[in-house]
Each structure stands twice: as structure tokens, then as C-alpha cells.
Write a protein that binds this ligand. Structure first.
Ligand code: NAP
Ligand code: GLV
Length: 312
């Protein structure tokens, strides 16, 4: 296969992705942006992660753009994205499983007060803390898409009361469905552990703010594994200090890497990870890219498509 592919990322070094693509399709012709010898007219496929805005429009014969991640906010927010070009994103069981592990781990961590136990351990204090039974804990997942649905389905057998909030009504066994802005207050009022797995769009940017989070029951906890820009950092910090939130697990931040001076690093009620909840497996995404290119070269259509009108 000789289809000209361009690797374009401002964050990832190309080596691991290129060797993975080449191992599955040795004949694939891959170039790396911004190498000088890239001929814009020759590029048919772009494999991207956080591409600089304005660059994708410079390839007049693009047939498909592949996102190396599940979230496509950094691509669709490009005002110059060539909107006739399909955008295919990462949807794969390896990534879904990784996110579900993260969510289950941190739902249990917050529910079973592990952060408090670790603080007691540092003080060498032998003290049992009470936690409610799982059946008494209400977990609400914002974003009941590929990742939110799987996480919810894996939490149901643990006994938690599950609900999800999405744009449209969902029918997931054991998971109460709330949808749209009108049902957001009711969803929040019955959520003890809030998990954010929303895509970042103009509608969801800053949704984890004081006005929204104040509608949770006092002492609720927050898990954000979606995007840092969903959160208004000063609101989350203030709500933790005021006790309205009892704890937060945060994987993503408005500025990444998180600056050393950020209060999140040392806040006693915060557990953080460096955008590591669910990384894309290079082999899994390479398989998708190689198979899709082969299908498209035979006249087929790409899968895992983003709805550009919705932005996710
Ligand atoms: P998805 O399948 O597109 O699901 C998105 C869900 O959000 C859908 O249920 C959608 O509702 C809902 N939604 C979108 N806009 C909404 C709004 N304004 N109000 C209410 N609900 C809304 O996305 P996914 O694959 O599950 O991924 C979710 C996000 O996780 C990604 O966009 C990415 O940012 C993040 N992520 C993070 C990591 C990490 O390592 N931290 C890894 C992978 C992904 P409908 O179904 O009704 O349309
Ligand atoms: C990671 O953040 C992703 O969107 O896949």
C-alpha cells in the first residue's frame, strides 16, 4: 500500500506511531509534519494529535483525518478544519477498558475514603473510618457515550446506584438516564460521586463550575477524566475548601503539564494523575488506520466518525 500518510502532532514524537503503522503495513508511505519535503497535494490521510490550527486546510486532497485519541476537541476547534473531510477517532476496547479501570478505581477510592486513610497513615493513626455500603452510594456519569456507558455497566454489579447524563435519552440496564439541560439539576441532586466523561465542546466547556457543582449533595466527590477545560479550577478548589466537595480525582487540567505552582498538587482532598487515565494503544489505533485506509482505497467509507456538526 503506498497511500501517502502524514503524521502531524505537536505533542507526540512520531517514532512509536510510525513503527507501529509500518509493522502492520510496511508499504505505507508516511511523512512527518513539518518536514520540508512534504508535498501538500500528495497527502491523502493525516494522523493527528493536537495539530496546530490552520495546517489541515493546506492539504487539498485529504481523504480522511485520524485522531490518535478519543477526544477530538483540539481538532474540531480549528476554525479552518476542512469540513468536507471525514474525521475518524479512537474507539477501541483497549482504551475503553483502561478508562473503566480508572473510573472504577476512583469511584471505590472516593467511596471507601482511601484518601482519608492515607492521611491517617502519614500520621501513624490507627483509626477505622465509616463508609456507606455501595448500595447507598449514587454514582452519576456525565457523558453516557462509549466510555461512560462501559464504566457505568461495570459499576452496576458492584451495587452502586447508577445514573448518566447525556444529550439524548439512553436505555442502559441498571442506569437511570437523564438528558439535556432541563434534567441536569435533577441528575446532580441525586449524585454522590460525579464522574465527568463528556467531550469538550462549547456547551460543556467550564461545566464543572460553582453553579453546577453546588447542586450536588453536600460532601459529594468529583472525578474528572475528560478534559481540563471542563473544570473551572478556582471553583473546584473553593468548593473543596468549603466542604461542599469532599474530594476530587483529577486526570486532566486546563494547562498540561500541570504547572508546579498549581494548588492541585498539594491539596489534601485532591488525587491527581497526569492525563493518564486511558492512553491510546499505538497498535490498536494503527490497526484501525491501516484497515480504514485499505477500505477507503477500495472505495469504502471510514468508521468511528465524528459528527462535525456536534463536535464529538
Ligand atoms: P462519546 O462516545 O462521544 O460520548 C460523549 C457523551 O457525552 C455522549 O453520551 C453525549 O450524549 C454526551 N454529551 C455530549 N455533549 C453533551 C452535552 N452538551 N450535554 C449532555 N451530554 C452531552 O465520547 P467518549 O468516547 O465516551 O469519550 C468522552 C471523552 O473522554 C472524550 O471526548 C475525551 O475528551 C475524554 N477522554 C479522556 C481520556 C483520558 O485519558 N483522560 C481518554 C479518552 C477520552 P449523546 O450520546 O446523547 O450524544
Ligand atoms: C485522551 O485524552 C483521548 O482523548 O483519547
Amino acid at each position: 500500500m503506498t497511500a501517502p500518510v502524514l503524521f502531524l502532532s505537536t505533542v507526540f514524537k512520531p517514532d512509536i506511531w510510525l513503527s507501529s503503522l509500518k509493522s502492520l503495513s510496511p508499504g505505507l508511505a508516511i511523512q512527518v509534519w513539518p518536514d520540508a519535503d512534504v508535498t501538500p497535494e500528495a497527502v491523502r490521510y493525516a494522523v493527528v494529535w493536537r495539530p496546530p490550527h490552520g495546517v489541515l486546510r493546506t492539504f487539498p486532497n485529504l481523504a480522511c483525518v485520524f485522531s490518535l485519541g478519543a477526544g477530538v476537541d483540539a481538532i474540531v476547534s480549528d476554525p479552518d478544519y476542512p469540513r468536507h473531510v471525514p474525521l475518524s477517532r479512537m474507539i477501541d476496547p483497549t482504551l475503553t477498558q483502561a478508562m473503566t479501570e480508572y473510573v472504577v478505581l476512583h469511584v471505590l477510592y472516593n467511596h471507601r475514603r482511601q484518601r482519608d486513610f492515607e492521611a491517617l497513615q502519614r500520621l501513624r493513626k490507627w483509626r477505622a473510618l465509616n463508609a456507606p455500603r455501595a448500595e447507598q452510594v449514587r454514582v452519576g456519569i456525565m457523558g453516557l457515550g462509549v466510555l461512560g456507558t462501559d464504566a457505568a455497566q461495570k459499576l452496576v454489579p458492584l451495587g452502586y446506584q447508577l445514573s448518566g447524563w447525556s444529550m439524548t435519552r439512553k436505555h442502559v440496564p441498571g442506569v437511570r438516564s437523564f438528558c439535556g439541560q432541563p434534567e441536569l439539576p435533577a441528575f446532580l441532586a441525586q449524585t454522590d460521586i460525579l464522574v465527568c466523561l463528556l467531550p469538550l465542546t462549547p456547551e460543556t466547556q467550564g461545566i464543572l463550575n460553582r453553579s453546577v457543582l453546588s447542586q450536588l449533595p453536600k460532601g459529594a466527590s468529583l472525578i474528572n477524566a475528560a478534559r481540563g477545560a471542563h473544570m473551572v479550577p478556582e471553583d473546584v478548589l473553593a468548593l473543596l475548601d468549603e466542604g461542599l466537595l469532599s474530594g476530587a480525582t483529577l486526570d486532566v487540567f486546563p494547562e498540561e503539564p500541570l504547572p508546579p505552582e498549581s494548588q492541585f498538587w498539594t491539596h489534601p482532598k485532591v488525587t491527581l494523575t497526569p492525563h493518564a487515565a486511558a492512553a491510546t494503544d499505538p497498535r490498536a489505533i494503527s490497526r484501525h488506520i491501516v484497515e480504514t485506509i485499505a477500505a477507503m482505497e477500495r472505495g469504502g467509507a471510514p468508521g468511528n466518525l465524528v459528527d462535525l456538526s456536534k463536535g464529538y
